[in-house]
Structures are given as structure tokens and as C-alpha cells.
Design a protein around this ligand. Structure first.
Ligand code: FAD
Length: 599
């Protein structure tokens, strides 16, 4: 059969690529495929089209049909809407890769950097129905035949990463593994924003970008973002993976999709009586491994010798030195054995990335959530849009399995934000929309999001039921648009040009700079009049009455746009008192507010 013994080397390379089960193999067979069909993966803009043309293979065609369907969505405007954007994505976890796919469909050049060399997480993620639908649409079943067959609604983290990595590569995303992101490097000379990477000599260090998506997972917080800490009652999570030999006996064992204590008190009481194990909840998924996640009570962990000594501080309590690993293995095995009615015949631990039994204990007492999802930085006249997605935006509580569902929602929302950016929307409007949508994320459930999965797109209104894109106003996100005060004023030609354009033709107004041209107050009043003629009567103003003119403009701008004055009207009116950088800040806020056109 052609699929088992293909004679065509490019077909063989495609089959190996599709079936590859490690990150390294995916990359290796992808390189081989590119070589066989003579397509350069660096040619991201036409890579996918050329690959399709040159790989005349029925198996590939079935996949192209799926990807073409997705790519034809009007939101992407045929891959032209972000054709000028260059995006760096930090992290090849599921959310980083899912975002990268969307950005490439929008037409952007996308580079992903990932510090790990392997995808080794056996742990299993719960999938909401929409994520299953979404992944099927990307051809998940072609890459992983067992994907969500029947009523299955989960997948291992590594398997999900493999699927998304393959899709990313096919769409022309550059993915670099073994590359550690260490920070952003500000523009200098002609060079735009770049990343400090380790190893420093890596070619991706030369990539200049105008969009940076951070998908670095749990505790990775890029500069400029603040995290809120949500401290709950002590919650200790345990995950354990056992080898799945896929025998008939194993196939018989029923999964446990979430036995919360309040719903099944008898089960937990019986478990406690029989074993001394006291749990809040337990989940069991049969996947590549037999995967268990449970929340255990401290008292029983102490009693069973898993935790050696009691501390009130969760970090001290769960510090590796205070955990008996052997006892933890026994605890997890016993809980798994009891909760599956002893039907899993041979509970042997699968191995983790370090070759050790895959069992781990995590502290969920304190969860993090970013205060904001987006930020714009500007240095030397070069703007950078930054967005957070996945666990670094909102940390999920694993037993509830919200990680991927909310992670993908945020990936789509971030892509929608980049689309706006690509269309040249004013930064404050991009930010205020993104923050408005972000307000909804933590409350999402499968019940309160749209059931029309086929209609889901990166447009948030296709997914959230009650969306208000301007619940957060531009003046509330001003602090998220950070212009460097150390830039030379020479870098603000664009701002001056904008002011000239919108004050042209007004009597006694001649904007040439960011200081003296503004002294009489008439230029500020003219700007207001240009955008909102009803707010100011220019015929009543006298050039010699500078303090009055400035005071009038300040008051209107504060009242109507919420922009506070940066100096007193009398300082503004006296020569030598106008501070250039303060004027840059002030005028940038006015520019953003008027351009958003929502006031
Ligand atoms: P992640 O999947 O964490 O991916 C982030 C990626 O960024 C990683 O690959 C990391 O190597 C990379 N990275 C971080 N810093 C840098 C840097 N400086 N430079 C380059 N790359 C960087 N959820 C569940 O529902 N159930 C579970 O049992 C479960 N187990 C988990 C076990 C572990 C060890 C971890 C880390 C997470 C687990 N999760 C679990 C959470 C789940 O994996 C995430 O919700 C999901 O993968 C989506 O996360 P993400 O893509 O945002 O981040």
C-alpha cells in the first residue's frame, strides 16, 4: 500500500513527519521533507503554497483541505492583514504554538523560541468541546489518529505540542528549540526591537519584530507586566502517570472525569478508611499514559509520611527536602489503585523528562493572574506590541482543566489584537479593546461561551456571549502605552507632523517644534477644534492671552478626554518653561485619544 511503503521519497518524508513522536523527529523529518520538495522554509510567505504544489500526495491533500478551510476565513483577509508584521513568540507550549499558527494565518512573519529541546510532559489536559473542534479543524486526527475518539475529551501535553508544532511548521512558522529568551533589546540606530537570547549567536537574535507574544508558562512575567496573586486555602495537587500498555483489561477501566468531594462523599470516605488517603478531588484520564491528578489534604500527607514536617508556609511545606519521594509514589499509586477499583493490573510509573517515576506534587494555594494582557512600548520611534497568552496570563487550577480552554481563547484574542495592530489602529484603541476582552476570560465556562463552534474565529464576538469591546476606555489603559522619555526629541518627527496636519490653516498657529510653538495655547486649542469644533470657539481667542488659552485647552482636555495637564497654564505661557518630554507625553495622549475617535 502506498502509505506503508511509499516509493516516492517526498511521500515517505511526509509520512515520517506526520507520524513523528518527538520534537526532534518532527524537526528532522520536516527538514527532510523541505529538502525533498525543494522548498525553503525561510520563505515563509509562499512556503505553504509551494509545499502544496510540489507534494502531490493524497494523504497530504486531505490535510491541505483542512488547513485551507481555516486559512480562507475572512478574518485573515487572505493572509494580507498582517503581512507587514513580524512577531516573536516566546515558548512552544500549546498556547505559544496555537498563537503562532493564528499569526501566520494573518500573514505575519512568525518566529518561536523555546528553551527546551524536548516535549516531555505526559500530563493530560482536559479539552472543552470547542478546543476539540478547533484541533480537528487543524488536522489533529491526521497527526494523531487517537485524537479524541468517541467521548474522549483530553490529550497529553506533549502530544498536543507535537500536533501544533507540525501545523506551525507547515504554515511557515520558524520554531527554534534550545533557545532561551532572556529579555528584550531596545532599538538602536536602524535596528528595531530584538531579543536577547541564549545562545547569543543564534540566528533568531537578529530577528527584528514589532509584536512580542509571551507564552512562557506559569511564572514567566515579562518586564512591564504586573501579576495579581490570588491566595486561596492550602491546595496541594499531585499528578501521577502510569504506563499504558493498551491491553484489553486496561481498556475496560472507566475514567474519572472529576469526582469532587461534595458530590461523592462516600467515595472519599471509603478511600480514607481503606488507605488513610484524604482527597478533595481526583481525575483519571486514560491517554498515552494512565494519568491521575488529585488534590490531597495536608494532614493525610503528613500522616502517610509524604510530607516530613509541618510548616504553615506552603513553599517550605512542599520544598523538595521536605518531601519523601518514595512515600509520594506509594500515596499516588494507592490512590490510583483504589479509585479504579483495583482494575488497573500493573501500576508501573511512566518516566518523566529526567527518567524518574512521573509523579509530582504542586502548590495551588497561590494562583497568579496578570493584571493586563497587553502593553505597547515605544523607543526611538519604534513601537512594540506585547501580549500575554496561556499560563503566564492566567494560571489554571489543573484539576479543573481550564488551562487549554482559556489558553486558546486568549491565543485567539491576542491574534485579534495583532490583527488590529496590523491594520494600523491607534495603540490605545488596540490596548483598550484587548483589555476589555480580557475582562471576560476568567469567567468563561463551556456553558457561557458560544455553542456554535463552527463559527469560532479570532474575532472575540464569535466566542464570548456578552462582549463589549469598549468596557475599558482608552484613558484607562494609558499607562500601558509606554513611550521612552529618554528618546531624543528628534525621534518625534511623526508626532510633530501629526500636529501640523491637524492644526494647518488656523490663524497664528504654526507648529514647528514641541516647545515654543505651543506657548500661546492656540495650537492646543486648534487641535481640539479640529477634532471637536463644538467644544471651543476659536474666534473668541486672543494670541496675547496665553494663560487663558492654555487653561481653556487644559480644562477641555481633562474634562472631555480625561487627560491631566502636565504643567500649569502660566508655565506653559512663559517662554523657557515648556519641557519637551512632558509635551511629548501630553501630545501623544491627545493623539491617541482623538485617533481612537470614541470620545
Ligand atoms: P506551557 O505549556 O508551560 O509552555 C511554556 C513554554 O515556554 C515551555 O515550553 C517553556 O519551556 C517555555 N519557556 C519558558 N521560559 C522560556 C524562556 N525564557 N525562553 C524560551 N522558552 C521558555 N495542566 C493541566 O491541566 N493538568 C496537568 O496535569 C498539568 N501539568 C503540568 C505540568 C507541568 C510541569 C507544567 C509546567 C504545566 C502543567 N499544566 C497542567 C499546565 C498546562 O501545561 C498549561 O496550562 C498548558 O500547557 C498551556 O500552557 P502554556 O502554553 O501557556 O505554557
Amino acid at each position: 500500500m502506498a502509505s506503508q511503503d511509499p516509493v516516492n521519497p517526498s511521500h515517505a518524508a511526509f509520512d515520517l513527519f506526520i507520524q513523528a513522536q518527538t520534537c526532534k523527529d518532527v524537526q528532522r523529518y520536516f527538514a527532510e521533507l523541505c529538502k525533498q520538495v525543494e522548498v525553503d522554509p525561510k520563505d515563509f510567505r509562499s512556503f505553504y503554497t509551494k509545499l502544496k504544489e510540489r507534494l502531490n500526495y493524497w494523504k497530504a491533500k486531505a490535510l491541505w483541505t483542512k488547513l485551507d478551510k481555516r486559512a480562507s476565513h475572512p478574518d485573515y483577509e487572505q493572509g494580507k492583514v498582517c503581512a507587514k508584521n513580524k512577531c516573536l513568540v516566546l515558548g512552544a507550549g500549546p498556547c505559544g504554538l496555537r498563537t503562532a499558527i493564528e499569526l501566520s494565518l494573518l500573514g505575519a512573519q512568525v518566529v518561536v523560541v523555546e528553551k527546551r529541546e524536548t516535549f516531555s510532559r505526559n500530563n493530560v489536559l482536559h479539552l472543552w468541546p470547542y478546543t476539540i473542534y478547533d484541533l480537528r479543524g487543524l488536522g489533529a486526527k491526521k497527526f494523531y489518529g487517537r485524537f479524541c475518539t468517541g467521548a474522549l475529551d483530553h490529550i497529553s501535553i506533549r502530544q498536543l505540542q507535537l500536533i501544533l508544532l507540525k501545523v506551525s511548521l507547515l504554515l511557515g512558522v520558524e520554531v527554534h528549540t534550545g533557545v532561551d529568551f532572556q529579555g528584550l533589546i531596545e532599538p538602536s540606530g536602524d535596528k528595531g526591537w530584538t531579543a536577547k537570547l541564549h545562545p547569543g549567536c543564534h540566528p533568531a537574535a537578529a530577528f527584528q519584530f514589532d509584536v512580542f507574544i509571551s507564552a512562557g508558562g506559569g511564572r514567566f512575567i515579562p518586564d512591564g507586566f504586573k501579576h495579581k496573586e490570588l491566595r486561596g486555602k492550602l491546595a496541594i495537587g499531585i499528578t501521577a502517570n502510569f504506563i499504558n500498555r493498551h491491553t484489553a483489561a486496561e481498556a475496560q477501566v472507566a475514567e474519572i472525569s472529576g469526582v469532587a468531594r461534595i458530590y461523592n462523599q462516600k467515595f472519599f470516605q471509603d478511600l480514607l478508611t481503606a488507605t488513610g488517603i484524604d482527597l478533595e478531588n481526583i481525575v483519571y484520564y486514560k491517554d498515552d499514559t494512565h494519568y491521575f491528578v488529585m488534590t490531597a489534604k495536608k494532614k493525610s500527607l503528613l500522616k502517610k509520611g509524604v510530607i516530613k514536617q509541618d510548616y504553615s508556609d506552603a513553599e517550605e511545606l512542599l520544598a523538595p527536602a521536605n518531601v519523601d519521594h518514595e512515600a509520594l509514589c506509594c500515596y499516588a499509586r494507592e490512590a490510583a489503585h483504589f479509585s479504579t477499583g483495583g482494575q488497573l493490573p500493573d501500576l508501573q510509573f511512566a518516566q518523566n523528562h529526567a527518567g524518574r517515576p512521573d509523579v509530582a506534587m504542586f502548590d495551588f494555594t497561590c494562583m497568579h493572574r496578570a493584571e493586563n494582557a497587553s502593553l505597547v512600548k515605544e523607543r526611538k520611534g519604534k513601537k512594540l506590541l506585547i501580549g500575554l497568552v496561556g499560563d503566564c496570563l492566567v494560571e489554571p487550577f489543573w484539576p479543573l482543566g481550564t488551562g487549554i480552554a482559556r489558553g486558546f481563547l486568549a491565543a485567539f484574542d491576542a491574534a485579534w489584537m495583532v490583527r488590529s495592530w496590523g491594520k494600523g489602529t491607534a495603540p490605545l484603541k488596540v490596548l483598550s479593546e484587548r483589555e476589555s476582552v480580557y475582562q471576560l476570560l476568567s469567567q468563561t465556562t463551556p456553558e457561557n461561551t458560544s455553542k456554535n463552534y463552527a463559527g469560532y474565529s479570532i474575532d472575540p464576538s464569535t466566542r464570548y456571549q456578552h462582549i463589549n469591546f469598549s468596557s475599558i476606555k482608552a484613558n484607562q489603559v494609558r499607562t500601558l502605552s509606554v513611550v521612552s522619555l529618554t528618546d531624543s526629541v528628534g525621534g518625534f518627527d511623526e508626532l510633530i507632523k501629526w500636529c501640523q496636519k491637524h492644526t494647518a490653516g488656523y490663524e497664528n498657529v504654526n507648529v514647528k517644534d514641541l516647545t515654543q510653538s505651543w506657548r500661546s495655547g492656540l495650537a492646543l486649542c486648534a487641535l481640539i477644534h479640529h477634532f471637536r469644533p463644538q467644544l471651543i470657539d476659536m474666534s473668541t481667542l486672543d494670541e496675547s492671552n496665553a494663560v487663558h488659552n492654555n487653561q481653556l485647552a487644559f480644562s477641555i482636555l481633562e474634562r472631555e478626554l480625561g487627560i491631566s495637564p502636565i504643567m500649569s497654564a502660566s508655565d506653559m505661557a512663559s517662554s523657557g518653561q515648556i519641557d519637551k518630554l512632558s509635551m511629548v507625553l501630553y501630545l501623544t495622549q491627545i493623539q491617541d485619544a482623538f485617533e481612537i475617535n470614541q470620545f
